[in-house]
Design a protein around this ligand. Sequence first.
Ligand code: NDP
Length: 248
Amino acid sequence: MLFKDQVVLVTGSSRGIGRSIAVRFAKEGAHVIVNYRNSEREAQVITEIISTYGGNPMCIKADVSKEKDVKMMVDTIIEKYGHIDVLVNNAGIAIDREFANKHIKDFQETFDTNLIGVFLTSKYVSQYMLERQSGKIINISSTNGIDSTYPYSVDYDASKAGLINMTKNLAIEFAPYINVNAVAPGWVDTGMNEDLSKSYLDDEKNKILLKRFAEPEEIADVVLFLASNKARYIDGETIRVDGGLKLE
Ligand code: NDP
């Protein structure tokens, strides 16, 4: 088992991609901390499921955009396990709206979770990783932060571009002890896209060489690779996982 007895915090793991990442780490022997903001029932169900894989998981409600919540979450994890091996900054939100109807509040909420949340978790978790001179941080960005940009997600796209930049700064700050990398998925089949129309989603699928959205597990596979010893010489990098989006 690749991550036997490693302590892995996956933010936003009650649903979607984060949930798949939590399951994959648990199957590889890790003690996984499931984090959520609202979806208590889903988070508890997934924690019960992963406890059957033999690890000792835990479920913590914490809003990553709130400093006191993040401090509480990290203190609780350290009290129970003594250290953290892997931090996956997966929690993210998108408030899709026509550009003319975008408000400052949309930008603020999006940046609070997608950027400030990553800053806070990385700041508090890295203290313990640096003490042990070992750790991995993986940030979930998006191809929207690179080149698949849309005016109705102008705030989200800027936050994901910012996250690619933050990944590089965190890699510099924590070198040579913590590898910090990002994954930039294209379209992934999760609840985040459930409000978009079928015809729009079909058009988007046609832009992808593989003609389908990713399954969350296909993003989780790359996250586990980056957290593993096989990726020990990768640092400050962003890996696209988009099925060939925009290559045609
Ligand atoms: P979902 O909407 O399915 O799930 C989001 C998760 O993040 C939930 O567990 C949610 O918790 C949690 N969350 C949201 N805000 C906070 C917060 N402030 N504090 C703690 N937890 C929070 O999203 P996806 O699984 O689709 O996306 C996961 C990541 O992947 C995001 O960063 C997203 O931007 C990125 N991504 C997604 C793509 C896609 O097509 N789906 C494409 C590219 C990137 P709760 O259930 O409690 O609300």
